[in-house]
Design a protein around this ligand. Structure first.
Ligand SMILES: Cc1cc2nc3c(=O)[nH]c(=O)nc-3n(C[C@H](O)[C@H](O)[C@H](O)COP(=O)(O)O)c2cc1C
Length: 335
């Protein structure tokens, strides 16, 4: 059985990658994931706020206090050796790269073009095999148009690509009015890969104290729909490689993502819930399904159900509406 995969030009033993999370924030965590068979890991993002010692987006991902009420918090690993400063982050990356044989992908969330460029270069120098740009900011300034937001992202990719030699992936949110157009703009700007789609903390209030709190629930497989759709639409029609993220609970979602055309499939919530060793279950589940269905390799199934391969493009795009109309509504009406 040939499980190998290629993502961002990196040769992987199989397509399943541990995406950015507290599990990948320490050398021990990364080693545990390698021991469990992860094909590659993505380190948590270095945030420009972290660099400027501010306390906004970075805190949303890392502040232990914000986890006190959240589901994710109860799975949050102890990270006694996590150094949240920039030099600590770079040092962890450097040590991880020499401690493991799998690719260690760095991640960056910057705000300014200077921030993207400077810290991309430092992450490359520290030995990252590739760079993931965690592209998300909230355009709270209502005079900023959708076009302005897109231009900022495209220019950031262009600037980073001019700066580093390692492959660069853009990790996106689903909040664009035309995902396909945005994806192609990023590919044209040089993005070697696209990671679809990130999930975010949402602001909330504590009614007892009227204080703002942020909470993050771990994902479930029900959330895999948007990446499944958009990878299916883009696969085979875009020059960037494609990685799926969100909603991988079991090997079933890994297989579906490959069928629509993902080059790699990432997982975080499942690993936080069950521990790094759960990676083995995902790999074994994929291998078993390929074997039972007589597919000789991962590449034999990649994209079989992408829009490009379907005779009827509407099959994937309209699936949810048709199911609703033909299955649920009549049975509900009859009841
Ligand atoms: C606690 C936690 C921390 C995360 N930190 C980062 C991060 O630093 N950078 C990033 O791009 N994504 C981060 N993510 C998002 C994950 O990498 C992943 O894309 C997302 O959780 C969807 O995958 P899942 O459904 O398998 O959890 C984080 C997720 C969680 C739950």
């Amino acid at each position: 059985m040939n499980m190998s995969a290629t993502y961002l030009g990196l040769q992987l033993s199989h397509p399943i990658i541990a995406s950015a999370s507290p599990l990948t924030s320490t050398v021990d965590g990364i080693r545990a994931l390698e021991d469990a068979g992860a094909a590659a890991v993505v380190m948590p993002s270095l945030f420009e706020e972290q660099i400027r010692a501010e306390d906004t987006a970075y805190a949303m991902y890392t502040e232990h206090g914000s986890f006190s009420q959240s589901e994710a918090g109860s799975y949050f690993p102890e990270m006694p050796d996590y150094d949240s400063g920039v030099s600590g982050h770079l040092d962890t990356l450097r040590r991880a790269v020499s401690a493991v044989d799998i690719p260690v992908i760095a991640s960056l969330n910057a705000v300014t073009i200077d921030g993207w460029i400077n810290y991309a270069a430092r992450l490359e120098e520290a030995g990252a095999a590739a760079l993931e740009l965690n592209m998300y900011f909230i355009p709270a300034d209502a005079t900023m148009s959708g076009q302005d937001v897109e231009t900022h992202y495209v220019e950031a990719v262009r600037a980073v690509k001019r700066t580093v030699k390692i492959p660069v992936a853009a990790k996106l949110s689903p909040y664009f009015s035309s995902i396909g157009h945005m994806a192609h703009q990023l590919a044209d700007a040089g993005a070697d890969g696209l990671v679809l789609f990130n999930r975010f903390y949402q602001p909330d209030f504590d009614l007892a104290t009227l204080s703002v709190k942020s909470d993050l629930k771990l994902s479930s497989s029900h959330e895999a729909g948007p990446p499944l759709l958009w990878i299916g639409v883009l696969a085979g029609r875009i020059k960037s490689s494609l990685a799926a993220t969100t909603g991988v609970e079991t090997a079933e979602q890994v297989i579906k993502y490959l069928l629509v055309g993902a080059d790699a499939v990432m997982t975080t919530s499942a690993l936080l819930r069950h521990g790094p060793a759960y990676m083995r279950r995902l790999i074994a589940g994929l291998a078993l399904w390929l074997d039972e269905n007589r597919h000789p390799s991962v590449s034999a199934i990649r994209g079989l159900k992408s829009v490009k391969q379907l005779d009827n493009v509407g099959e994937l795009l309209r699936a949810q509406y048709m199911n609703l109309l033909t299955e649920y509504v009549p049975s509900k009406l009859a009841a």
